[in-house]
Ligand binder design. Structure first.
Ligand SMILES: Cc1cc2nc3c(=O)[nH]c(=O)nc-3n(C[C@H](O)[C@H](O)[C@H](O)COP(=O)(O)OP(=O)(O)OC[C@H]3O[C@@H](n4cnc5c(N)ncnc54)[C@H](O)[C@@H]3O)c2cc1C
Length: 468
């Protein structure tokens, strides 16, 4: 009997672990193990937990169509997950376990332990790559090292890689005589023991996710290049939540992108680049486990003198900084679990370069709120903005929250959507409402810091850290 352990790959399509288990010709069992204590340590957002919970119901249905039962277990952490899997292997006379790799340090260690434990009992762990477009380590520079700059990485990746059709998965014939009854998903036995927050705005049925991808690739992608930076417009795919939990794979995205022919539009090429950024950061954590230990990427960054200010942090978290574009973005995050990419950059820059707070505080808060929380992308994004990262933003490039608002939300549509208190403020002052003559009558705080002054402080702090 083969066992497929599902983790952040909650799909049946483009899932090599499942495909190969079925192709073995042996009966196949599927398993999901909830690890609430581990999730807490990784600060997984309750909204993402809800998304995973709901998605598991769909996965159970999709697996049922293939004749594969989904077992469910709840333990505390990865250590217990490994022990539990050993027990399951004994109970069901499993000979091989199939998994798709994850590249974060704790996950790598977990799989290493499992491989050793299985080997001791004469079982095999089969590991596959399905999280990225390319296998970490497959795109290297001439010296055989991983790329530290995105553009050559992208070039190397595109040079050695061809978009390919997704292999169709067939039902598991060997399971026809299998006599294992599993509980319908959502049954009281599936308690999940983790706080959950409503994620209904994200449909989880496979056909709905596929349709969203199809609609984006046949329609919106055409305007992606011109429109993607404007948060009031719906011009990005909003597929990140599915990519993060593996309800969708990047290869499925690219296969759909190329479905209309080999020549990509400008929008299509830009979208492909974003998916390659995703690979870039996944490859990076594979090569640099220190990133999973909360370390800066660049060697001089630990010398940056961050400020300690719980009050500033709270104002930022709650969207009360007095800078409308920052506050609107944080309220979007708090209320929906998602934030537009441009605004992720703006609020991250504000936290680190206007409030001088350690990027790790922002990274952790994002993780605790994001429905698409993904360690590699989040860490990469935060370190890029804080200028401590691999191919990060130069430290002297500091976003101005007023001009970012004026440029990307000129009519204040986005700001007014999330901060109704500013509805009456004229466009001219919408990104600097304290300059409005009637500001005293508006229920909105004045700026907690002066951007110009803080910018100078940041330049000095970073220069000092770099020159030391
Ligand atoms: C500070 C910061 C934190 C971030 N945290 C996360 C996170 O936890 N999870 C996450 O998925 N993305 C993160 N991103 C990247 C990006 O903001 C989101 O992927 C994007 O906003 C998701 O919206 P979308 O699906 O509409 O993206 P689209 O524009 O449609 O892009 C398609 C896909 O490409 C990937 N992608 C796009 N931009 C990036 C990027 N810069 N880095 C890595 N992958 C990218 C995502 O999987 C995304 O779904 C972060 C960015 C920053 C600046």
């Amino acid at each position: 009997m083969e066992l497929v352990w599902f983790r952040r790959d909650l799909r049946v399509d483009d899932n090599p672990a499942l495909l190969q288990a079925i192709r073995s010709g042996n009966p196949v069992l599927a398993l999901y193990v909830a690890t609430p204590l581990q999730w807490q340590q990784h600060k997984m957002a309750p909204r993402q937990a809800d998304l995973i919970f709901r998605r598991l119901g769909e996965l159970q249905n999709d697996l049922k169509d293939l004749g594969v039962p989904l077992l469910y277990e709840e333990v505390d952490d990865y250590q217990q997950a490994v022990e539990q899997i050993q027990r399951i292997c004994q109970t069901h006379s499993i000979t091989s376990v199939h998994v798709n790799n994850e590249y974060e340090l704790n996950e790598v260690i977990r799989d290493e332990r499992l491989r050793e434990a299985l080997a001791d009992a004469n079982m095999v762990l089969h590991q596959y790559h399905a999280r990225c477009l390319t296998i970490p380590g497959s795109a290297l520079n001439k010296q055989g090292h991983y790329f530290k700059v995105f553009t050559p990485f992208k070039k190397a990746l595109l040079a050695q890689w061809q978009p390919s059709a997704i292999e169709k998965i067939e039902p598991c014939q060997a399971n026809s005589a299998l006599d294992i009854v599993t509980q319908e998903w959502g049954n009281a036995q599936h308690s999940f023991r983790y706080p959950r927050e409503n994620s209904q705005a994200w449909p989880v049925a496979t056909r709905d996710i596929r349709q969203q991808l199809r609609d984006f690739c046949s329609d919106t992608v055409q305007i992606y290049q011109q429109e993607r930076d404007f948060p009031a417009r719906s011009s990005t795919s909003k597929l990140s939540a599915y990519l993060a939990i593996g309800a969708l794979s990047p290869k499925q995205c690219v296969a759909r992108l190329y479905a209309n022919g080999e020549h990509l539009s400008e929008g299509g090429s830009t979208w492909l680049s974003e998916l390659i950024w995703r690979d870039f950061y996944q490859h990076l954590i594979y090569f640099e486990p220190k990133l999973c230990k909360h370390k800066d990427f660049v060697e001089w960054a630990p010398r940056i003198q961050w400020l300690y200010s719980p009050e500033y942090l709270l104002s930022w978290q709650e969207g009360r900084t007095g800078y409308p574009i920052v506050d609107a973005a944080m309220r979007q995050l708090n209320q929906t679990g998602w934030m537009h990419n441009r605004l992720r950059m703006v609020v991250a820059s504000f936290l680190t370069k206007d409030l001088h707070l350690d990027w790790r505080l922002g990274e952790a808060y994002f993780m605790s709120k994001l429905i698409d929380g993904d360690f590699a992308a989040n860490n990469g994004g935060w370190q890029w903005c804080a200028s401590t990262g691999c191919d990060g933003q130069p430290y002297f490039r500091i976003f101005n929250p007023i001009s970012q608002g004026e440029r990307f939300d000129a009519q204040g549509e986005f700001v007014r959507q999330w901060i109704p208190e500013l509805k009456e403020v004229p466009n001219k002052f919408i990104h600097a409402p304290w300059k409005y003559s009637e500001f005293d009558n508006v229920d909105y705080p004045p700026p907690i810091v002066d951007h110009k002054a803080e910018r100078e402080i940041t330049l000095a702090l970073y220069k000092e850290a770099k020159d030391l």
